[in-house]
Structure formats: structure tokens, C-alpha cells
Design a binder for this molecule. Sequence first.
Ligand code: PLP
Length: 368
Amino acid sequence: MTDLAFTITEADRLPDAERAAILADPGFGNHFTDHMVSIVWTREAGWHDAEVVPYGPIPMDPASSVLHYGQEIFEGLKAYRRPDGSIVTFRPEANARRLNESAERLALPHIPESLFTEAIRQLVRIDADWVPGGADQSLYLRPFMIADESFLGVRAAERARFLVIASPAGAYFTGGVKPVSIWLSSDLARAGRGGTGAAKCGGNYASSLLPTRIAAENGCAQVLFTDSATEDTIDELGGMNLFLVRSDGTLLTPRLNGNILDGITRRSLIQLAEDRGLRVEERDITVREWAEGVADGSIVEAFACGTAAVITPIQRLVGDNGLLVDFGDTAPGELTMSLREELTGIQTGIREDRHGWLDAIAPAPAEV
Ligand SMILES: *Cc1c(COP(=O)(O)O)cnc(C)c1O
């Protein structure tokens, strides 16, 4: 099954000049490459019909279970063009593993890790011209799985589809990294104990949209969710994990308590910090500890992290009763920016890949 051969149907490619215009300023999630991957799963036949096809609409029966019961899981990773023109992805096997953990929770089928990584390689190779080479640019890859059985009964689906689409992404912060204000959502949660908080599923995002709108109405870029049981133990942001930095350089981050996502950026930053000899405490952290630590000077930086923005420095935490934390002019902090520089340096080939995190997808053009 892992040796599944891909059938390739070439697309009518976007003309070079039009693609170049898009890559000059791609934004995020606006434009899609010429191809996509589609692989079908049925209970009887397993994974089959692996295809690279022209990007476009997918056939969908109105009774498809994903449209009614939300069986959708996804991943997000990036392909980077290095200074020599070669292309790499970052820890794709970690995304494969996590997709399967999400699949387990949503009663969707597991996909062999080698089939997942091969699907990524196929798409990036055929659409290699779409991997931009500008500062902080990348090709964002979105693998996802849906249950597309035509059946209104409520049970684990017996038919699913795995797809990969790709979208060129520009610098997340134009004109330098900007610290953000975040909103503490006190009554609306994205996940509860025993729920799907640790799975990367569309439903978690659906439940984060109203609090995100409330955050925006209060001048905040992101929402911080707390454990719905205590309302004071910090979980994470809607799509990013959170770190605090103590004045002695120790990093604090919420432990994987079953509500929060096991972020690959989070995990990589923990490794990089430990490589520097810094302590990293993965444990319960309360909003009160954060606020008191900033007030007495023991907590000096905060940042959020995830594949899309890498690291976003946090300047303020705002709640219903006003300002809870304010780092003022000291944000972004020094360690925040130095970890950001190290991680993006590894991803783009400026720094050594000590941990073997990169998967070489396409050689430099001169070597072809
Ligand atoms: C994807 C995601 C993250 C970040 O994970 P990375 O692997 O670092 O991109 C964090 N929180 C949630 C809820 C997510 O969906």
C-alpha cells in the first residue's frame, strides 16, 4: 500500500508572467498552485487511486458526511527555497504522525506515513516553480482528510479522501516582526476535557471564530484560550502555542494536557532552547502567574508559535476587565527574536540542520 503509484494528469499551467506576479506578493491562502493530490480510502480497498491532478473543485455528494458531521482533519507545513535554489520541507514525518493522531480521534482512517510524505513530494516537485525564494516566503502545504461517504447515518465513515493543496505564502509580518495584543477568552472555549482539542480538526477552528471576532472588536489579533474547567490555566491560542520567558532565560509553556495541539514549532523550539542549555518547563501555567510575573519582573517575554507565522511576539494580554499584561516597549523580546532567527535560519538553509529536520525535495537547478 505504501508503494501506491501516483497517476499524474498535467494541468494547463498558469503562464510564467502571471505566476511571477502572484509570487511577488502572495499574501496568505489566496492563490493555489496548478496541481493537487487526491487519494481515496474505502474500508474494503484501503488507500487507492493516488493521483496528482489539476487543481480544481472536488466532486461532493450533498449527503457527504463531512458536510453534516464535520469529519475533517488537516495539517500545515511549508516548503522553502534555499539560497542555492534547492527545495526542502520541514519535519514532514511529524505532520504525518500528527495527522494520524487526529485521524484516530475523529474515527478517520490512518494513512501510511510514507504515503503522506510521498504525496507532499509529488506535489512540491510538479509545482516547484511555485516555491517562492524571497525573504520569509514559502509554499504553504495543506494536507487534509475528509469523510466523503454519502450517508446520513451517524458513524465512522467507510469512505474518505486525502488531499494536498499548496498556496504560496508571503512574509507574515511585512515591514518587520510586530508584537501583537491578544484577547483572553473567559467564557468561550475552543476545547474541553476529553474533547477534540488535541486533534487538528476543522471543528476546533469553527468554535474559535466567534471568540476571534470578539478579540478583533477589542483590538486584539488573536485569542488566548484557558482550560474550560479552571478558566485560569492557559491552553493556547486559536492556532498557535504559547511560551513565556523568565528573566533567567527559562522558557515556560503549557504541558500537553489533552486540550492543546502538539505543535511542531513548539516542539522544535523546546529542542533549540535545550540545545542552548536553557531550561524548559512544560507544566500548568495560569493567567495569574503570567500577570504577577510581569508585574514583579520575573517574566520578561511572551510569544506564540506555529507554522504560519513561526513566532509572533506578544505585547499585551487583554481581558473583559481591561489590560492584564503589558510588556510595552520591551516586546519583541531578545530571546523571542533570537529563537525565531535560529528556526527560520534552519528552515531556509542559512543555519546548519543539526537535527536532520529538513527533507530535501528538489535539488538546486544547476544539479539537475
Ligand atoms: C496547527 C496548530 C498549532 C501550531 O502547530 P505547528 O505544528 O507548530 O504549526 C497550534 N495550535 C493549534 C490549535 C493548531 O491547529
